[in-house]
Ligand binder design. Sequence first.
Ligand code: ATP
Length: 340
Amino acid sequence: MAIEITDVSKEYFVKGKRIEALKKTTLSIREGEIFGLIGFSGAGKSTLLRLINLLEQPTTGNINVNGTDLGKLAERDLRAKRQKIGMIFQQFNLIETKTVYQNIEFVLKASSYDKKKVPSRIEELLSLVGLSDKMDSYPKNLSGGQKQRVGIARALANEPEVLLCDEATSALDPDTTKTILKLLKKINKEFGITIVLITHEMEVIKEVADRVGVMTAGEIVEMDDVYAVFSHPEHKVTKGFVQDIYDFTIPPHIELNSESEVITIKFLNEHAEANYVNQLYRHFDCDISILNGRIEYIQDMPLGFLMLHIKGRQEEIARLKQFIDDSKGIERAEIYGKID
Ligand SMILES: Nc1ncnc2c1ncn2[C@@H]1O[C@H](COP(=O)(O)OP(=O)(O)OP(=O)(O)O)[C@@H](O)[C@H]1O
């Protein structure tokens, strides 16, 4: 196991008031996976990340990173271990007065990296992140995406075992976000580095994470493979995040009664591509119009939602709903639109 978090909690005291930033949490992050933590502001994501990064001590419990119990390390060993945990930030945290090259050099010099190998290591890192032509530029002359590439190169300089990403794409536009996430995925695959990323955007989780934990009020309330969470969200916070992507609302002009219903159906895995609506047209004496639809690919697996307006006799609509319920890989979505 790459990261074992056992019964870990964190409290702060502010003006005599106790803040439970992280309630007792047990979590295993697997070696080589990309684990996403999603939650709104104040949920406790950064606190958890700071504990893994050894920047803070937990109030209870212990954290084990690649076989090392962090609580048992002496100060010097802690520093050495910290170098094996890379971190990137929303605001990039580059040194503005240093060039791209010097920013990376700084990190290598601060560790005990073999001096002779520093220039070739920097070149290697710049090539990896696609910035070989920018080594003499200063951060102020770089785009946000380029700055984050430097951030990634710095974080990888000391060949870390784990890479922590703190809202690493939150300051970037959607296209740049995609390219940075692709780079993270490449790093994960090529070097087998375990990545833990925190975000408030389900879009980010969808693009890169293998598993996801949903945090609210200092607790992980739901955790599973990303596809499982997207297709069957349980907790209301998770449903809200999923709804950010499948943003279906019933148009206000639709009148709903026993002979006019809106049904949202969910297509799972390969069923997402089947021409299902044709079957509904053929088998039922109802008017069916499509109000909304979307297929997303999560880890290359399609997940589709389709919102239909059905008009017809009450019994016919009931029969249609039964047909949907009996279809393999198709479900009525209880969280999108009004049902029954
Ligand atoms: N150093 C601290 N001292 C006191 N309270 C803190 C401290 N750090 C965090 N907290 C509190 O702990 C709770 C969790 O904060 P945390 O920063 O972990 O949440 P978050 O999910 O990362 O939010 P954000 O996305 O806004 O950073 C919040 O109520 C916060 O105010």
